[in-house]
Design a protein around this ligand. Structure first.
Ligand code: GRF
Length: 220
């Protein structure tokens, strides 16, 4: 599965994908597109030897489609991409475009909810659990079907920065798990954590990946 990653920032999720999508896994990061000149994501892509595309006009859907089709992309991953993806691109990649959001959707999402604002809103709400969501992208911000979520505790004395860092560490496991499962299944599929998922992030992630692979085998 040829994967394009769209990013606007430091690209730590991109890095997690670059590290995970290697043989014998069936996913390859084939293109990194970025709308911010000099962003860390571009540097990470170049260091990994992955083709880059600097998005001059994020609203130019025709240019984006040409770049994605030119690179024979099967799956688009939005990993900290802060612009709205043009409707024609969303529709061309219907069911084949995913986004990662740093809170438990459908709460704390939507237009303007990005970066520290998300974690500030979580803390202001008094929620005791947060965590990342990966979802399919549709025409509305943060509203497509949810594929995977991971609980992260909100701890006493948390600041938005501390919560962000704790959630981000889990994002780096969850997003590759979704992409690798998609590559095995041929399309993005929901990952359903069983009860063990709440005991330990690492062992739960293993269980989650294994049960997703099992689900695939059962269907064959
Ligand atoms: C992550 O928190 C992601 O959930 C959000 O933007 C941030 C991107 O961070 N959509 P990075 O650029 O991957 O480090």
């Amino acid at each position: 599965m040829r994967v394009a990653v769209l990013a606007s920032g430091s690209g730590s999720n991109l890095q997690a994908l670059l590290d995970a999508c290697r043989p014998p896994e069936r996913a390859e990061i084939a293109l990194v597109a970025c709308n911010v000149p000099g962003a860390g994501a571009l540097e990470r892509a170049r260091r990994a030897g992955v083709a880059t595309w600097e998005i001059a006009d994020p609203s130019d859907g025709a240019a984006m489609l040409a770049a994605l089709r030119g690179a024979r992309i099967d799956l688009v991953v939005l990993a900290g991409y802060l612009k709205l993806v043009p409707a024609e691109v969303v529709s061309a990649f219907d069911g084949r475009m995913v986004n990662i959001h740093p809170a438990l959707l459908p709460s704390f999402g939507g237009k303007g909810m990005y970066g520290l604002r998300v974690h500030e809103a979580v803390l202001a709400s008094g929620a005791t659990v947060s965590g990342p969501s990966v979802h399919l992208v549709n025409a509305e911000y943060d509203r497509g079907p949810i594929l995977a979520q991971w609980p992260v505790p909100v701890l006493p004395g948390d600041t938005p920065e501390r919560l962000r860092d704790r959630v981000l560490a889990v994002e780096h496991q969850l997003l590759p798990a979704v992409v690798l499962a998609a590559a095995r299944a041929g399309r993005p599929v929901p990952l359903t954590p069983d009860a063990v998922a709440f005991a330990s992030a690492q062992s739960a992630l293993t269980a989650l990946t294994a049960s997703s692979a099992l689900g695939k085998r059962e269907k064959e």
